[in-house]
Design a protein around this ligand. Structure first.
Ligand code: GLU
Length: 410
């Protein structure tokens, strides 16, 4: 498989053509501060012991403690975790929260584990990385196939090792253990605010727009719900196993209820494949699953006007260029999905204060951050006459490099 980090290098090559970056700056931006690569044992229900491979990459900490989720997925590897950690550093800088970037992962298919095995896996992973994480060092959170319950086990493991409470060591926790109201749907809500700001710029309204959503996990299911509530026609959604399609718009509340009850998307509309979903003629296409979904080979088939990237890295750099040529606007991941880490930041602030906010307060602050970030990106992209992605990259890179310079590291 292609190393995902080569995408990061290609993206930075593009940025170099627009913004003036020295070799020294590029070198610093592409060198992770710390890479942790571990194997650890987990006792399985049948009494056997399996070893798992885990990673934590702390990419850049110039702006603050490193921050980023933990992914449990069979395809997790170092290149992927490194790229995701790099994008986290940029993402936190785009929304201007005082964090660097990190990411973690375990190579595992969590669907094959029992709840008890999953708990021991989560605890085993924390046991093997606990020295490098903490509320003032590096703060994990959920990502693909990790949940508030998994965050709760990780918190409990960490606190039992250090012998005291420290809820700010991890975010995306259940509310009962210091989680923030609104964190569950914050990635999608943040993306919705970004989309709304963009639609304002082009003088459009969301109502009546046709939408297709790839991925029906945390990000995909909530964006389908929000856009449906805004009056959009969500005509197709898919998860890792199946896709459904209805030209007149799916009954999204019904689909959500059915999926949470049965774990399935079936029973609504017609069946559709993943590649058919991606090439539907829609106003808004929302990739909300994994990286490299829109690549060189299928970029020509994309028939959307706007792509709202709720996944990390769903569009490869080659595809990006092809889409731009076609006039398809991409609202990039490091802006569009930054609502998740923004509410993670609010959660951490609430943990440090020991004082908790109402959901309205969280959403009001999220809306302010996302609106301002969209405008900052818009100003940068206009200044450099470039795409939203390049604008977001330049904004973030300049903020990171400014912090590096102030620290005397550049
Ligand atoms: N995993 C999410 C992301 O990719 C959230 C990270 C966080 O909240 O720290 O942005």
């Amino acid at each position: 498989m292609m190393d995902v980090f080569s995408n990061v290098r290609l993206q930075l090559d593009k940025i170099r053509q627009v913004a003036d970056l020295s070799d020294k700056e590029i070198g610093l931006l592409t060198s992770p501060k710390r890479i942790v690569d571990v194997t650890f044992p987990v006792k399985m229900d049948d009494g056997s012991v399996r070893r798992f491979h885990g990673f934590r990459v702390q990419f850049n900490d110039a702006r603050g403690p490193t921050k980023g989720g933990i992914r449990f997925h069979p395809n997790v590897d170092m290149g992927e975790v490194k790229s995701l950690a790099f994008w986290m550093a940029l993402k936190c800088a785009v929304v201007d929260i005082p964090y660097g970037g990190a990411k973690g992962g375990v190579e595992v298919d969590p669907k094959t584990l029992s709840a008890n095995e999953l708990e021991r896996l989560a605890r085993g992973y924390i046991k093997s990385i606990f020295e490098v994480i903490g509320a003032e060092k590096d703060i994990p959170a959920p990502d693909v196939y990790t949940t508030p319950q998994i965050m709760a086990w990780m918190l409990d493991e960490y606190e039992s090792i250090i012998g005291k409470h420290q809820p700010g060591m991890i975010t995306g926790k259940p509310i009962e253990l210091g989680g923030s109201l609104g964190r569950g749907y914050s990635t999608s809500q943040g993306g919705a605010y970004v989309l709304k700001e963009y639609l304002k710029v082009i003088g459009m309204e969301p109502a009546g727009m046709k939408v297709a959503v790839q991925g029906f996990g945390n990000a995909g299911s909530h964006i389908a719900r929000i856009l449906h509530a805004w009056g959009c026609k969500v005509i197709a959604v898919s998860d890792s196993r199946q896709g459904i399609y209805d030209e007149d718009g799916l009954d999204i509340p019904g689909v959500l209820e059915h999926k949470s009850r049965t774990g399935e998307l079936t029973g609504f509309g017609k069946a559709i494949t993943n590649s058919q979903l991606l090439s539907l003629p829609v106003d808004i296409l929302v990739p909300a699953a994994l990286e490299n979904q829109i690549i060189k080979d299928n970029a020509k088939t994309i028939n959307a006007k706007i792509i709202l990237e709720l996944a990390n890295g769903p569009v490869s750099p080659e595809a990006d260029a092809a889409l731009e040529k076609e006039g398809i606007v991409v609202l990039p991941d490091i802006l569009a999905n930054a609502g998740g880490v923004t509410v993670s930041y609010f959660e951490w602030v609430q943990n440090l204060y020991g004082y908790y906010w109402s959901e309205d307060e969280v959403m009001e602050k999220l809306s302010m951050v996302m609106t301002k970030s969209f405008k900052d990106v818009q100003v940068t992209r206009q200044k450099y006459a470039t795409s939203f992605r390049n604008g977001a990259y330049i904004l973030a890179i300049n903020r990171i490099l400014a912090a590096e310079r102030l620290r005397g590291r550049l």
